[in-house]
Design a protein around this ligand. Structure first.
Ligand SMILES: [Zn+2]
Length: 139
């Protein structure tokens, strides 16, 4: 017979492990592009890695990564704390991207709202990044 206590510990444990590794948008994107979420050793731990094409994909939550489109306002309490925290989040995103690009990776950043509004478009642009034909940069 199981005591309720042990059940709740098990639930908490699984919630913690989910929380640390994957979010709902990440899971959705994973299904859309048919790619497992990885825990890579690359800078910033990209959510998806296409090693042969040297493409990495980050799934950015609009709130935590301060999406310029959604433009969430700061939480009402502890504003200086949140302002500093978000600034450091953005700074980290920038430096991670630079480091990856200097290592020869192409970086795709998918915003949570893009996934919500246009999942097929997101999927297509991620998959297009993988293929060699997308180099449409004008010279
Ligand atoms: Zn957004």
């Amino acid at each position: 017979m199981k005591a309720p206590k042990s059940i709740s510990i098990g639930v908490r444990r699984s919630m913690q492990s989910n929380k640390s590794s994957r979010t709902l948008p990440e899971l959705l994107l994973s299904r859309l592009i048919g790619k497992e979420i990885v825990r890579s050793d690359l800078p910033g731990h990209p959510d998806f890695v296409f090693p042969r094409k040297k493409v990495v994909v980050f799934m950015h939550g609009c709130f935590w990564h301060r999406c310029p489109v959604c433009d969430f306002s700061l939480p009402k309490s502890n504003r200086p704390y949140w302002a500093a925290k978000f600034e450091s989040n953005k700074e980290r995103d920038r430096s991670v991207k630079q480091r990856l690009e200097s290592m020869g990776w192409r970086v795709v950043e998918v915003w949570e709202h893009e996934l919500r509004e246009d999942p097929i478009g997101v999927r297509n642009s991620v998959l297009a990044m993988r293929s060699p034909v997308i180099q449409k940069t004008r010279t």
